[in-house]
Design a protein around this ligand. Structure first.
Ligand code: COA
Length: 146
């Protein structure tokens, strides 16, 4: 089941994020986004347990995926695919024309997932993300919905 959630669910988002095994987005960033306008989030419940989420911003006919994370215990069961599918379908209903995102160059699983939905690389942000050894590039990706 997918729920359209508000800031009341922020603790669940933080908990999934910190259990996703990726570079955590962090409490500060999640709280910051939840205080902005035009943000939204969908929470995936797997047998009533919070399993994954997507956080996004929609402004006029453009949307940005700000974060997508699935709890390690629920990964590789299609949760991210279902969330993305739902999000893109909702974008279509709202006449969103384009969706943008940024992803770490090393995050091949996420890049593969986005590419399978038709996202294409549109640019590179050099040394955009911190790593334990330094920095890595970010890929800008986009897909056109309508
Ligand atoms: C990336 C992430 C969201 C994928 O979530 P998930 O629910 O496990 O993904 P799904 O089960 O829906 O898999 C969808 C597709 O993603 C890719 N994928 C996901 N995990 C993968 C893995 N471990 N190995 C290879 N491909 C993988 C595959 O293309 C897969 O499709 P397929 O099964 O038909 O090959 C999850 O691994 C995660 O939370 N990672 C940490 C946070 C993160 O990196 N978020 C993205 C930030 S932009």
């Amino acid at each position: 089941m997918i729920l359209d959630v508000t800031e009341e669910y922020v603790d669940q988002l933080i908990s999934i994020d910190s259990s996703s095994g990726g570079y955590p987005w962090g409490t500060r960033n999640i709280n910051k986004v939840c205080n902005q306008k035009n943000w939204g989030a969908y929470l995936f419940l797997f047998e009533n347990l919070p399993a994954g989420f997507i956080v996004f911003q929609r402004i006029l006919d453009e949307a940005s995926i700000l974060h997508l994370a699935v709890h390690k215990g629920f990964q590789q069961r299609g949760v991210a695919k279902k969330l993305l599918h739902y999000f893109i379908e909702e974008c279509g209903k709202r006449s969103i024309a384009s969706v943008f995102l940024e992803v770490r160059e090393s995050n091949l699983n996420a890049i593969k997932l986005y590419a399978s939905f038709g996202f294409q690389e549109i640019g590179i942000r050099r040394n955009y993300y911190p790593t334990s050894e330094g920095f890595e590039n970010g890929l800008d990706m986009a897909m056109y919905v309508n």
